[in-house]
Ligand binder design. Structure first.
Ligand code: GDP
Ligand code: ZN
Length: 453
């Protein structure tokens, strides 16, 4: 499959805006010549550019005037990120300089890279497999440290290695079953002697365990949608701050979503919590605000949990019941009786509620109970170290593989069916690393990357 594309691609790899350094990345065939033309450094013995050396250069326009001065790095195929020749130009990180540098690269024959095209080429040149490529974008998009570490594990191939081990086991089992098919008289004995059933059980257990880790990873990646509902002044904003604790500073908005004042992301033990404050949901004539409110209600419909905040001194009021009427049905609700520091006894008129927590957003007393309740609803097992940052695609492949392995195990009387089930299991497993990747699948995956990656 290793195919070098004929086309040179280029893109600004650093984010837009001002910065100390900006990087233009170029990939394609024979970039040594490209580098010489860009810098005007023609050398008779062709010693420029040297691989993996930082060359301080002037980057020249067509008329030989300087566009910028910076570092040029050259990576010769196949020892580069994409597996092709790669040139990285580190210039001054201003938007105008970067645009001029990029335009010059296009003038020299490059075309603008599509989102994810560098990584796509890396995949096509077998520098990384599909699960690793997804690790790249997940690392870039990670919204918590735990998610970032987990993505890095995928990127460095931990997940892929496990997938390869399963593939080898499945190939062994398939060969065994196929061979047995040729000796119909003693087939079951033969398989038993080869431990086939024990091995199938073990494989099923392994895939299922990984599915569990992947589901945890999905949580780490997507987090929990939390709706904070309560009347003004009950302490919603205070609770948000208290929940976020020290982690607040490193919380970022999930890439691609527009910053919405009604929505805030924090994290609890590395799990992203996307919190929607319903205080913004008021009647308004303002058209723009109405659009924002409509969008917020859409999000509320996807809530994983609702935090119903009331003042412990006041308890649940008629207005609270009105709020309840508008919240999604069937979603777990945690009643939070806030300002417990001001109320010696819980609000007297309240019936005991199973999922009620008394706390003080001001002093922090009781906040641990709320954290634990949230993590319990999320199903978080609290072992970020061995979590796989899985995508829906991985989860469904793992489920499919586990099902086929289990069915194969039940086919001991019909070995042709067992062989077919094992083949399907292997197909599912291969899809994870993309060894069996349809082109349209690749298109979907790589189009989500940013330009320059
Ligand atoms: P929101 O309108 O629901 O977001 O409420 P705020 O978080 O803005 O809090 C309203 C007021 O109640 C502020 O003066 C807070 O300092 C205060 N407050 C919030 N939580 C507590 C608490 O647990 N104990 C006490 N004593 N005051 C609180
Ligand atoms: Zn508030």
């Amino acid at each position: 499959m290793a195919s070098q594309s004929k086309v040179v691609i280029a893109a600004i790899a650093t984010p837009p805006g001002r910065g100390g350094v900006g990087v233009v990345r170029v990939s394609g065939p024979d970039l040594a010549d490209f580098a010489r033309r860009l810098t005007g450094r023609f050398s008779s013995n062709n010693s420029f550019p040297q691989v993996r050396k930082a060359h301080l250069c002037r980057f020249l326009a067509a008329d030989d005037s300087a566009l910028d001065e910076g570092l040029l790095l050259y990576f010769a195929a196949p020892n580069s990120y994409t597996g092709e020749d790669v040139v990285e130009l580190q210039g001054h990180g201003g938007p105008v300089v970067m645009q001029m540098l990029l335009a010059r690269c296009l003038e020299l024959g490059a075309r603008l890279a599509e989102p994810g095209e560098f990584t796509r080429r890396a995949f096509l040149n077998q520098k990384l497999d599909l699960a690793q490529a997804e690790g790249v974008i997940d690392l870039i998009d990670a919204s918590t440290q735990a998610a970032a570490r987990s993505a890095l594990r995928s990127l460095s191939g931990v997940f892929s290695e496990q997938v390869h081990v399963w593939r080898d086991k499945l190939v062994d089992l398939r060969m065994l079953v196929e061979a047995t098919l040729d000796f119909p008289e003693e087939e079951v004995d033969f398989l038993q002697a080869a431990n086939a059933f024990v091995r199938l059980d073990a494989l099923h257990a392994e895939v299922s365990a990984m599915l569990g880790r992947a589901q945890q990873g999905s949580l780490l990646r997507n987090g929990l949608q939390v709706v904070l509902a309560g009347q003004p002044n009950v302490g919603k904003s205070s609770l948000l701050n208290q929940l976020a604790g020290d982690d607040r500073a490193i919380v970022t908005d999930v890439a691609g979503t527009t910053r919405d004042v009604l929505r805030e992301s924090i994290q609890v033990e590395g799990i992203p919590l996307h919190i929607i404050d319903t205080a913004g949901l008021r009647d308004t004539e303002d058209a723009v605000e109405r659009i924002g409110i409509a969008r917020t209600w859409k999000e509320i419909e996807r809530a994983d949990v609702v935090l119903r905040l009331v003042d412990a001194r006041v308890g649940i009021t008629a207005e609270d019941h009105e709020i309840d009427g508008r919240l999604p049905v069937g979603v777990p609700v945690i009643w939070v009786f806030n300002k417990s520091d001001l109320s010696a006894t819980p609000a007297h008129e309240e019936p005991a509620r199973e999922s009620a927590i008394y706390l003080s957003a001001k002093t922090g007393v009781g906040i641990d109970l709320l954290r634990a309740a949230l993590l319990r609803i999320a199903g978080w097992e609290g072992r970020a170290e061995d979590v796989i940052l899985a995508r829906e695609r991985h989860l469904s492949a793992l489920r499919t593989a586990a099902n086929h392995v289990r069915t194969a195990r039940q086919c001991s009387e019909q070995l042709d069916l067992m062989a077919e089930e094992l083949r399907l299991a292997q197909e599912a497993v291969n899809a994870i690393t993309g060894e069996f990747g349809a082109d349209d699948l690749l298109g979907v995956i790589f189009s989500r990357f940013c330009i320059g990656k």
